[in-house]
Ligand binder design. Structure first.
Ligand code: CP
Ligand code: NVA
Length: 312
């Protein structure tokens, strides 16, 4: 039975491991079908509204081509193209869009904008990134790990860099759900939000996921199966650049640091990357990097997500 139909996808916290694994199974099938040129128009005639307050390459294009491949249509709506830009409220926008479309995906600054959209929308709302969470990306990242390693429970992911951003938060939540141990290598100043850590520790204790915040990069990467990083300056949070970069420099993923992780470790990055800052080009283009497979997987995982929320 599909327990996902009609639900919002705002945070991974709202989902069980079994539900997320059911998305992975469908994503694997859809990926194979796409590669075999086998059509799968499972959302024939459905419409996805895509609201963007911030720029996007992967999220926009993977959702738009994804819904198209499933037989539906995507509408790209920048905030300023909507009456939102002239003061129409989020609740009213959600109510109106729900009368026209089958699903809403939104990328916003404030997390509350997404939760308000979800409260007032009668169709599923998908979080395409907020300042606080990026669940579509983290879901894809655990799928990419599963493709590489098979079952991922008991593996270790090490995130290095700005430990306070949306990516870290969603990776932490996912780690607890999937039973993946996680170390965050970050300066004291850039710790994750305490409530996310508390949630992860509580649920991680049930699934065997250990959670560590480590201020030394070499200690953080020890025995890690995955090294993960993200930009040092997230969208909308571009302040204190020089001071922040100085603190984060020791957490750059480069060949020397990678050599201290597990021998078959892979490297992930949600992209866009700032080469030479959080990730050295030699690693991004090297044999242990999976960053472009990871980017591709956004398409397959989000197609599966949309099918689960809208159809199956
Ligand atoms: N990783 C990710 O969400 O990329 P975009 O900002 O290009 O959508
Ligand atoms: N943390 C980054 C992720 C980009 C996909 C940002 O919010 O800009």
């Amino acid at each position: 039975m599909n327990t996902l139909r009609g639900r919002h996808f705002v945070s991974l916290m709202d989902y069980t491991r079994e539900e997320l694994v059911s998305i992975f199974s469908l994503a694997t099938r859809l990926k194979a079908e796409l590669k075999a040129n086998h059509p799968h128009r499972l959302l024939e005639g459905k419409t996805l509204a895509m609201i963007f307050e911030k720029p996007s390459t992967r999220t926009r294009i993977s959702f738009e081509t994804g819904i198209y491949q499933l037989g539906g249509t995507g509408l790209y709506l920048s905030r300023n193209d909507l009456q939102l830009g002239r003061g129409e409220t989020i609740p009213d926008t959600a109510r109106v869009l729900s009368r026209y479309v089958d699903c809403i995906m939104a990328r916003t600054y404030a997390h509350k904008t997404i939760t308000d959209l979800a409260t007032y929308s009668s169709v599923p709302v998908i979080n395409g990134l907020t300042d606080y969470l990026h669940p579509c990306q983290a879901l894809t990242d655990y799928f990419t790990m599963q493709e590489e390693f098979g079952p991922i429970a008991g593996r270790k992911l090490c995130y290095l860099g700005d430990g306070s951003n949306n990516m870290v938060h969603s990776l932490l939540v996912g780690a607890a759900i999937f039973g993946v141990s996680i170390s965050i290598g970050t300066p004291e100043k850039y710790r994750p939000a305490e409530e996310i850590l508390a949630w992860t520790r509580k649920h991680g204790a049930e699934t065997g996921a250990r959670v560590e915040i480590v201020h030394d990069a070499t200690a953080a990467v020890k025995d890690a199966d995955v090294l993960y990083t993200d930009v040092w300056m997230s969208m909308g949070q571009e302040e204190d650049r020089e001071a922040k970069f100085a603190l984060l420099q020791p957490f750059q993923i480069n060949a020397a640091l990678l050599s201290k992780a597990a021998p078959k470790a892979i490297v992930l990055h949600c992209l866009p990357a700032h080469r030479g800052e959080e990730l050295a080009s030699e690693v991004m283009d090297g044999p242990q990097s999976r960053v472009f497979d990871q980017a591709e997987n956004r398409l397959h995982v989000q197609k599966a997500l949309m099918v689960k929320l809208l159809a199956e």
